[in-house]
Design a protein around this ligand. Structure first.
Ligand code: KMH
Ligand code: ZN
Length: 310
């Protein structure tokens, strides 16, 4: 099976003052995503930010501008976040689905402490007033994804023909997914994104990735699981290598890691895509094109994005 490389280009964790290369205006997000696609990413995962100060936002107009910008320049499938930020309400998080009708959207498979307050210590002279309080607030926040709300997201995705990318941060979330499949709230085959190294979730170690992959296969059956993996920070490439060796797909990008090596800030997500593509090539693995990724994931086609569903 060809391997799908995903580039998660912005996210809602990092703040602009952490890197001069951090994309937060719609134009910068589009440029980073298109560059990542040209480097080999078949899927790009997007969040929106306020172009004035980089604050995470669920503003549909910005999402629409980003999607139009990416789609007009490359064929990558777009995965829209429903995770938004730890500070958003459920309504803010689900709104993009009905209006943007994306091919893919993240669906967070359980609640967890999603803490990145320790990043505040790195900000000596922040550009924007909101950055430090935003980071510090995550020490006392739960990223809430109750079963009832997961069902709301899942129902919305069925209505919009959107494939769920099930974000898994910890082993118990695999059982959450199994339960939701058993009660008919989720359909198989499921597409899981194992997200390691978040403070509050599973640490980014090879043995934890192996455990998650095996747990998913045992819970749902090998034929019912397509999976990808990513890791926060410096574990990004090592976990990507383990994921390739285990037969999986890989996510990289500035959402998860601002660096390309020890002390070296990545200029864009494309640098990280290029690194994992080179590694895959050395392993004689083939990288999926956007068309092949749509086939593997059963996506509806980019012509049905931002369009009323028939
Ligand atoms: N920003 C995190 C709280 C997703 O895109 O759904 C959630 C996140 C995962 O980024
Ligand atoms: Zn995200």
């Amino acid at each position: 099976m060809k391997r799908i490389i995903t580039a998660a280009v912005t996210g809602a964790t990092h703040v602009p003052s952490l890197s001069p290369h951090f994309p937060f205006t719609p134009e910068q997000i589009v440029e980073d995503a298109v560059g990542a696609a040209k480097a080999g990413a078949a899927v790009v995962h997007i969040h929106a930010r306020d172009p004035m100060d980089g604050h995470p936002t669920s503003d549909i107009r910005l999402f629409h501008q980003i999607i139009e910008g990416i789609s007009s320049q490359c064929d990558a499938a777009i995965c829209v976040t429903t995770g938004g930020s730890t500070a958003m309400t459920i309504d803010e998080r689900v709104a993009p689905l009905h209006i943007l009708t994306p091919e893919l959207a993240s669906l967070n498979s359980g609640s967890l402490n999603f803490a990145f307050h320790q990043l505040a210590d790195k900000l000596k002279d922040p550009r924007f007033d909101w950055e430090v309080p935003y980071l510090q607030a995550t020490e006392n926040l739960v990223f809430s994804n109750t079963f009832r709300n997961i069902k709301i997201f899942a129902q919305a995705m069925r209505e919009t023909g959107t494939k769920a990318e099930l974000e898994v941060y910890d082993a118990g979330m695999i059982n959450n997914i199994k339960h939701l499949v058993d009660v008919g709230a989720l359909e198989t085959p499921v597409y899981m994104q194992f997200v390691l190294g978040i403070l509050g979730g599973m640490p980014a170690t090879p043995e934890n990735l192996v455990f998650l992959v095996e747990s998913a296969r045992k819970a749902l059956g090998d034929e019912n699981v397509v999976w990808s993996c990513c890791a926060a920070g410096k574990a990004q490439l090592p976990i990507g290598c383990v994921g390739l060796a285990l037969g999986g797909n890989v996510r990289v990008g500035l959402e998860d890691n601002l660096y390309i090596g020890p002390g070296r800030l990545a200029r864009n997500s494309a640098e990280q895509v290029g690194a994992i593509v080179r590694i895959a090539t050395e392993l004689s693995l083939e990288i999926a094109t956007p068309a092949e990724a749509r086939e593997i994931l059963g996506l509806k086609g980019k012509d049905k994005v931002c369009a009323p569903q028939s």
